[in-house]
Ligand binder design. Structure first.
Ligand SMILES: C[S@@+](CC[C@H](N)C(=O)[O-])C[C@H]1O[C@@H](n2cnc3c(N)ncnc32)[C@H](O)[C@@H]1O
Length: 258
């Protein structure tokens, strides 16, 4: 697909979805006035991440003080079912980060209420819910559909085991619309996991808001923090001491709220 026809297809796909018009307006504005937000400060962010990164095992054992058993070994049957569900999905969506870190931060925080942005197949949701269901907790998720793939909405969260679904509340809008709706249901969270709009400005807007809803002692996680300098700048501006975890050649950032 050429760039022009991709832009035209995206535009017409948005026109069919009035609930996503606010996001369409923001995208047009961003493409005209603020195109560099995705990669702003990428080089310095990557260097910073590399200089302080630890492994997921190190983080789980030394920071969370718990024995590390990889997520897929803790839940082998559910994991095999999830792989099958993903293989059957006819659409390609964004991939998962460290499922073990997501599971163990929910365990660490004894989470009853967690919030995540960005679902796609639902790997991160699966990992959070595997912990939450033991306390009959709830996961609130925000996910804007992949606008160019007609069927993708039917497969958002497709890897989440059926038995976890009554503990899952999904909002299918852009974060700027989903988050206020979620906050009408719950105003404080034990865990935040950010994995949606990866632009510098999108992160800065959401980090500040989500941080304010995280309880003391709760855990804040953001994926792909080496993509631009938003997470680094956010930590420096607010004097947060983050843990940077390297996984699959990418970096996740975690802050435990003092
Ligand atoms: C990387 S995927 C999420 C992967 C998932 N967290 C996992 O670990 O399996 C990113 C998702 O965020 C969604 N997304 C992108 N921008 C968004 C926005 N502004 N608001 C809500 N969702 C958004 C995408 O449509 C996609 O489904």
């Amino acid at each position: 697909m050429s760039k022009v026809s991709e832009i035209a297809s995206t535009f017409f796909a948005y026109l069919k979805r009035p609930d996503l018009y606010p996001e369409l307006r923001r995208k047009i504005w961003k493409n005209i006035f603020n195109r560099s937000s995705g990669l702003r400060g990428k080089e310095e962010a990557e260097q910073w991440c590399k200089s302080i990164a630890i492994s997921e095992k190190h983080f789980i054992e030394k920071v969370l003080n718990t024995t590390f058993i990889p997520f897929e070994k803790l839940f082998p049957q559910e994991f095999a079912g999830a792989l099958q569900a993903q293989a059957k999905a006819p659409v390609k969506m964004g991939g998962a980060g460290s499922l073990s870190v997501i599971y163990y931060i929910n365990e660490y925080a004894n989470a009853q209420k967690s919030i995540e942005t960005g679902v796609a197949y639902g790997w991160s949701s699966f990992a959070a819910l595997a912990s939450l269901v033991h306390r009959n907790g709830m996961l609130y998720s925000s996910d804007m559909p992949y606008i160019l793939q007609n069927q993708s909405e039917d497969f958002v969260g497709c890897v989440i085991p059926e038995k976890y679904r009554s503990n899952w509340d999904l909002y299918r809008f852009a974060d700027k619309e989903s988050l206020p709706k979620i906050f009408e249901k719950a105003s404080s969270f034990d865990v935040v996991h950010y994995d949606s709009d990866k632009t510098y400005d999108g992160r800065m807007w959401a980090y500040k808001l989500l941080w304010s809803k995280l309880r003391k002692g709760g855990v804040f996680m953001s994926d792909d923090v080496g993509d631009n300098a938003a997470f680094k700048d956010y930590c420096e501006q607010n004097n947060h001491q983050p843990h940077i975890i390297e996984f699959d050649g990418k970096f996740a950032g975690v802050i435990i709220k003092e």
